[in-house]
Design a protein around this ligand. Structure first.
Ligand code: PLP
Length: 378
């Protein structure tokens, strides 16, 4: 049996998105900057996608800028927010994705910002009072905190954090790469200034993302050249990727009512099966609390050798990961921060819209086999 439980790393292309891509590749191949009809057709697809994405997120089309990835959207948000607004002080968290963390570190190393980190608790939650104490000392600054952590799933309340930031004239950036498509967003009502999305996390193609920048919030280019994307991002647009990303989001929006409850059930099944059969297992994050319904992160004690564990899992046909795919299988900065005493193997299982109970059952059986644990349930 082959089981894919690494949807937080990437999701497969949805069949409807694939069909949409293929027909678009047949039909539209002009350069969107060309003035002839081939160009105009391509331009029309981009603007249709922008309008649709904006409408689904409760934003204005002018607030959406297409990028090559979630990483680029995060970079563009934080670098240009800092530079265009002359921000000196930044507050973030040590468990952010490297797309944010390493960008801030670079800015700090360049001497452009003073970077402070909030201290997440052992479940990855942040304390609003700590944010407020910091904001009192640094009004008019930038706060960047992810909506759902990609490794442990712990979530923040965007409204609470955004309101707090705005009450101290601070800008708020959030990395929503793991949550776009999985939750309802109405950006008109959300106090968020910059937000990043990436199509391959919601069943769209890889290599395409977007930055939302609220009207009135300054933003500037990272890539210079032609005048594409209203001079915010030079380079001929990825017309097919952009259009397919809008289609992928549309499919998610239309089917969320059906898939979300099923995925929540699968997540609970996985937690229940692991905890009843491997009582020493430690769940990282806050799986029963404010947590994304796609991710289960568990430390399995008594097993030496992370690499061996994943090799065996792979042999059994199961795809899961030790943490962020971008860390290339290295140790996890998230687990090191929230659970530094963790011993054994840490695995992130991430559920998809079509994950079945049989796949969950098979996975837990194989994990026990690999660990040499008896399969008899008490
Ligand atoms: N932010 C988070 C939370 C992610 O999970 C990822 C991808 O793993 C990224 C940013 C980067 O997105 P992309 O792969 O599109 O560069």
């Amino acid at each position: 049996m082959n089981v894919y439980l690494d949807h937080a790393a990437t999701t497969p292309l949805h069949s409807e998105v694939k069909s949409c891509l293929i027909s678009l590749m047949d039909e539209v191949n002009g350069n969107p900057s060309s003035i002839h009809r081939y160009g105009r057709d391509a331009r029309q697809k981009i603007e249709e996608a922008r309008k649709n994405i904006a409408a689904m997120l409760g934003a204005e089309p002018t607030e959406i800028c297409f990028t090559s990835s979630g990483t680029e959207a995060d970079n563009m948000a934080v670098i240009t927010a800092v530079r265009q607004n002359n921000i000196r002080h930044v507050l973030s968290s040590p468990i952010e994705h490297h797309a944010v963390l390493n960008t801030f570190r670079q800015l700090a190393d360049n001497g452009e910002i003073e970077l402070d980190f909030i201290t997440p608790d052992s479940k990855g939650h942040i304390d609003l009072n700590e944010i407020e104490d910091w904001l009192k000392k640094h009004p008019g600054s930038l706060v960047s905190l992810m909506h759902a952590n990609n490794e442990i799933g712990t979530m923040i309340d965007l409204k609470e954090v955004g309101d707090l930031c705005h009450s101290y004239d601070a800008l708020f950036h959030t990395d929503t790469v793991q949550t776009i498509g999985y939750f309802n967003f109405n950006l008109q009502d959300l106090p968020v200034d910059y937000l990043a999305g990436s199509a391959h996390k919601f069943y769209g193609p890889k290599g395409i993302g977007f930055l939302y920048h609220a009207s009135g919030c300054k933003v500037g280019p990272l890539i210079y050249g032609g005048g594409q994307e209203k001079r915010l991002r030079a380079g001929t647009e990825n017309v097919h990727g952009i259009y397919a990303m809008a289609k992928a989001l549309e499919v998610m929006e239309q089917s969320r009512q059906e898939f979300a409850p099923v995925m929540k059930k699968r997540k609970q099944e996985l937690i229940d099966k692991i905890s009843s059969r491997i009582p020493e297992a430690h769940f990282n994050g806050d799986p029963e609390g404010q947590s994304h319904y796609t991710v289960v992160n568990v430390t399995l004690p008594k097993f030496e050798g992370q690499a061996l564990f994943f090799a065996r899992l792979d042999q059994a046909g199961i795809a899961a990961s030790g943490g962020s795919a971008c860390s290339g299988g290295g140790s996890s900065h998230v687990i090191e921060t929230i659970n530094p005493e963790a011993e054994g193997v840490t695995v992130r299982f991430s559920i998809g819209t079509s994950t079945t109970s049989e796949e969950i059952e098979y996975t837990v059986d194989k994990v026990m086999e690999i660990m040499g644990v008896t399969t008899e349930v008490a």
